[in-house]
Write a protein that binds this ligand. Sequence first.
Ligand code: NPQ
Ligand code: MG
Length: 367
Amino acid sequence: MKISEVTLRRLSMPLVKPFRTSFGTQTQRDVLLVEVLADGNIGYGECVAMSVPLYSEEYVIGAQDFISRFIVPRLFQKELEPTEFAEEMADLLGNRMAKASVEMALMDSWLKAKGISFADYLRVDRDRVPVGVSIGIAESIDALVAEVNDYVEQGYTRVKLKIEPEFDIAPTKAIRNEFPDLQLQVDANQAYRAPDIDHLLRLDEFELLLIEQPMSESDIAGHIKLAKLMQTPVCLDESITSASVAKDLIELGATSVVNIKPGRVGGYLEAVRIHDVCQKLSVPVWCGGMLETGIGRAANLALAGLPGFSLPGDISGTNRYWNRDITQEFVVVDGEIELPTGIGFGAEVDTEMLLSYQTEYLTLTRP
Ligand code: NPQ
Ligand code: MG
């Protein structure tokens, strides 16, 4: 692919309501978009890093700097296909969210040139996937019950509660009592430590699908110990950084379900490799979410169409996060969202909306 131009765009998008997790409260999304122009085809990628390194060590301005300083010069030096990109960047360590966003833009443009959709490229045969919703830490248990009720009425087939040490047993118990048949899971975003294991075991009575990333991303021993004692399956998120790490953590007994987030692992192609390795080991996977715009949402929907995705993802309808998105709207119907069918990722970018959210941009041109 001969790339003539790369534009990095920063958008500030207000969330429909604040989203509170164990690491803080988000009221808006600081989005970094990567737009490439190659042989007349525009490709879009979305970076999932946050403005502050709270979820992982990457952050938006760092990603922007990494892309413009180290990645873009290589794209102008050598004509790369998206399938060659990760290997060509492998000597540059870490920065997986930054790399993923560029690989994504190359993939979108490359698929458009071929005239096929991402779902076709992946040989996905489903045309819709079941979806879940991630619910932030609430002001009160009553407020949480009302919120869960609202999403259940919208058709979501699975609910994930964000938990932290002072907001865990009681809210989970209340939701389980109100919704006895609901597919329910919890996510701690690393808020506990090994001494909290006895406390976490109290969640076992609520028949959860899984508990996600209870301890630090680097605390492998802690997760192995918890997984041995807990009935509820442990599912790692932040700790899973590649297909080989996923395989090791499964074989070590640290995780028995895997949350796949393309941004966290360096891109959609590595995400597919994680799916494949998990499928071989009979480990269920599901697609995580990072409050994506319609660009990332479109791509995640296609990925979640692969056969190993046996649990509903944190994909959600557009209105879970945005009053007005920068693409077509994705709507939950009977608990499912339809895969986009357009070429590339199938996200129909509304340039006017995009520009209305844009705070700055930088265009780099092939020398
Ligand atoms: C998770 N996502 O599974 C993440 C955490 C998360 C849907 O629960 C801005 C950008 C705010 C990324 C808040 C969900 C975020 C974010 C939470 C990711 O752990
Ligand atoms: Mg998580």
